[in-house]
Design a protein around this ligand. Structure first.
Ligand SMILES: *Cc1c(COP(=O)(O)O)cnc(C)c1O
Length: 386
């Protein structure tokens, strides 16, 4: 007998949903603005090796990742011509590899810029860099005051091409940050002016993520780096309401790309007056029919969803009862007479008329969409569906 493991749950990636989201994004952007698809964090949990090729098939020709490892995975899985940009910091070895593979990458400080100089001098190859500037987030990036010193370094060689000049906004999804974001944009525009005067470089200017595309549409410049929107989610409720008030005729232009499913492995009825699972967190007041799912916190189903989570069975919404275990959880299916071992259960997604969105899921578990998606384990099988 050959060993053939069966997954206890699987993730479906919807091509038609992705096509719809890409159409919406393209329609929202000015024609000259490049859409870079951000696929860091294992494509926000969608699985970079499944999602990359699908996004390419749907017309994406510019990808942004965070690490050299993600860049490698994308190169391995996507066949065809596209631009690849790394937004994180690379060490000397990774930078050399990126240069050899014609990958563009962020340079956020002089340490990194010195590395670029060493790499191009050693290899005699061109480096395509994006200079990241600090405009008020206080994370990574050069100070705008460094302009002259940066250019004198870069001008030591003609092997460095400034492909982009960029910054990141500190919370454009919330109006509470309006003043801070506006100040950042102003800082960036000063930097931009200096680079526009250069004769031998024509960088693309980029600052916007998903929320900024919706909230600050005047400042999209040459390129936008879009993550969460392409997967079918608004960055938060506030950006959704903002969009809705602007375009009430199109209440939900996005479609969730991901679904997460599993199958029931056990059904039994527990008499009244018993506790279910570990400890005493769930007590049966009446005879209770339960269904066991082979999914637990080891598979990304947060333990915080104990006695909180919802799932869909036979088109009905049912409760998670008792504590979520490492490999199992329990559902209350008392009111579903026809439920059987092997029935499909939806943890995220739709069944019949019902939907469990990642947002409602994560409000229950106090996780943002972003975090919940990024924590879906890499070894759950991803399948592309229409
Ligand atoms: C993750 C990331 C983005 C994309 O953010 P979304 O809110 O998902 O659109 C853009 N730029 C940088 C630098 C990022 O790290």
């Amino acid at each position: 007998m050959q060993y053939k493991p069966e997954p206890t749950s699987w993730i479906e990636i919807s091509k038609s949903a992705l096509e719809q989201n890409i159409r919406f994004i393209q329609k929202t952007l000015p024609e000259k603005t490049t859409f870079s698809a951000v696929v860091k964090g294992d494509a926000y949990g969608h699985g970079i090796e499944t999602y990359g090729p699908l996004a390419y098939e749907c017309g994406i020709r510019h990808f942004s990742v965070y690490s050299a490892q993600e860049a490698y995975q994308l190169l391995q899985s996507v066949r065809g011509e596209f631009v690849l940009m790394i937004m994180g910091t690379l060490n000397h070895h990774e930078m050399m590899w990126a240069i050899e593979h014609n990958i563009e990458f962020y340079v956020p400080n002089f340490h990194s810029l010195e590395n670029v100089l060493k790499c191009v001098k050693k290899s005699n190859l061109n480096a395509k860099i994006h200079l990241e500037f600090e405009t008020g987030m206080n994370r990574t990036g050069f100070s705008p005051k460094d302009f002259k010193q940066i250019m004198s370094k870069i001008n030591e060689t003609d092997l460095i091409e400034i492909k982009g000049v960029c910054t990141h906004l500190a919370g454009s999804e919330s109006i509470a940050n309006y003043k801070r974001i506006k100040d950042q944009i102003q800082q960036f525009q000063k930097v931009k002016k200096k680079f526009e005067l250069l004769e031998n470089h024509a960088p693309k200017f980029h600052i916007a993520c998903s929320a900024a595309v919706l909230r600050y549409p005047k400042y999209l410049f040459d390129m936008v780096r879009i993550g969460i929107l392409q997967y079918g989610f608004f960055p938060n409720n506030e950006t959704y309401i903002h969009h809705y008030l602007k375009q009430p005729e199109e209440p939900n232009p996005l479609k969730r790309v991901i679904s997460w499913k599993s199958k029931i492995i056990e059904i039994k009825t527990v008499k009244a007056g018993e506790f279910i699972g570990y400890g005493t967190s769930y007590y049966t007041n009446i005879p209770t029919k339960i269904a066991i799912l082979p999914v637990g916190y080891a598979y990304g189903y947060s333990r915080k969803l104990s006695n909180q989570g919802k799932a869909l069975v036979n088109g009905f919404r049912v409760d998670v009862i008792g504590s979520v275990n490492m490999n199992m959880l329990t559902l209350d299916v008392t009111n579903l007479p026809d439920v059987q071992i092997g029935d499909e259960v939806v943890l995220i997604g739709s069944q019949g008329e019902q939907t469990i969105s990642v947002a409602s899921f994560s409000e229950n578990s106090n996780q943002l969409n972003y975090e919940l998606l990024a924590r879906l384990p890499k070894d759950i099988k991803r399948i592309v569906v229409d």
